[in-house]
Design a protein around this ligand. Structure first.
Ligand SMILES: NC(=O)c1ccc[n+]([C@@H]2O[C@H](COP(=O)([O-])OP(=O)(O)OC[C@H]3O[C@@H](n4cnc5c(N)ncnc54)[C@H](OP(=O)(O)O)[C@@H]3O)[C@@H](O)[C@H]2O)c1
Length: 291
């Protein structure tokens, strides 16, 4: 038998969707994985044998070269999978794991870290437009963790309140929910926010240029939607702290550069120890170091 160290970096992609995300597998290779093995339709009840295969195969010095990545478009399914994975770990029998369902943590962390370079987040009022999706709900949580007073909007009050309750349950922070189903209601909400972050589905404008440019208190705006029409009018897609008469703007590509670097850095970090959990808090901390 060979004495060759077992240091090939193996990343098992546990995706809750019907096909493992191509985006996530490309970034996994670019982040330093030697092999990326995708599993689709993963549910919490399925992870037992997969985790056992990861934790019982390599010795203490080489366990760090096996890691897990949890993805998919449904953040609560991904969270359940993470919980099930962690419940299988004990003592030294663990591998590092990262959760980034729909890019929720890396995208939100990049946006929040960049907004934090522009103006202090603690004590600011922050509005996350369409804060009900995976990216928006993580961004709202991270802004609140940084000390901002956060409100999320959605088109339906019950859905928006449920998203806010989910954030409170997971992160222990207060987030206010309001229904803002149309442009006038969203424009009204922007008028009392120091920071506005749009996290709506691609290709839908949530607020026009007047909404933030005429807001007396808004000093920073960010939009994550890269597809025209952009989420917030008057912001360039590549803006990165671009100054518009004293207001700083960040576009989706301006944020996307850091998001990709951060995602790759997190993958690289997985292979440096066998016991890391890279979820929202850890990924935000890395983003702040990088921003
Ligand atoms: N820049 C980057 O690096 C990067 C990386 C990843 C993702 N993204 C972008 O980040 C954004 C958020 O991603 P996600 O996965 O969280 O998005 P998502 O789940 O597709 O949508 C987020 C929210 O948008 C709202 N929405 C959907 N259709 C709408 C419509 N027609 N009008 C108004 N609101 C609508 C929904 O909220 P309600 O139903 O509650 O209203 C939904 O919860 C997307 O634009 C995505 O492309 C950017």
């Amino acid at each position: 038998m060979s004495d060759t160290p077992m240091t090939a970096k193996l990343l098992y992609q546990l995706d809750t969707d019907a096909t493992p995300s191509v985006f996530d597998s490309v970034v996994a290779y670019d982040g330093g994985a030697d092999h990326v093995i995708g599993h689709a339709n993963i549910t919490a009840s399925m992870v037992g044998p997969l985790v056992e295969g990861a934790i019982y195969t390599r010795g203490p010095k080489e366990k760090q070269y096996t890691a897990l990545f949890i993805g998919g478009s449904n953040i609560s399914s991904a969270e359940s999978v993470l919980q099930a994975v962690r419940s299988k770990f004990f003592g030294k029998f663990s591998v590092s794991v990262m959760l980034d369902a729909n890019g929720c943590n890396t995208t939100a962390a990049a946006a929040v870290a960049l907004l934090g370079t522009s103006r202090p987040l603690a004590g600011a009022t922050a509005l996350v437009l369409a804060g009900t999706g995976p990216v928006g709900s993580r961004a709202a949580a991270m802004l609140a963790l940084e000390g901002a007073h956060v409100t999320i909007t959605g088109r339906n009050l019950e859905k928006t309140q449920a998203a806010a309750a989910g954030i409170t349950k997971r992160f222990g922070v207060d987030v206010k929910a309001i229904a803002a189903p149309d442009a006038p209601s969203r424009q009204a909400a922007v008028q009392s926010a120091n920071i506005v972050l749009a996290a709506g589905a691609a290709g839908h404008e949530l607020a026009d240029a007047n909404a933030w440019q005429q807001s007396p208190v808004t000093t920073s705006v960010a939009d994550l939607n890269p597809e025209p029409p952009l989420g917030i009018g008057g912001i360039g897609v590549a803006d990165k702290a671009k100054d518009y008469h004293g207001k700083h703007a960040f576009g989706a590509l301006g944020i996307g550069g850091l998001k990709l670097k951060l995602h790759r850095a997190c993958i690289a970090r997985l292979f440096t120890a066998h016991d890391q959990v890279l979820d929202a808090e850890a990924i935000l901390a890395i983003a702040k170091e990088m921003a």
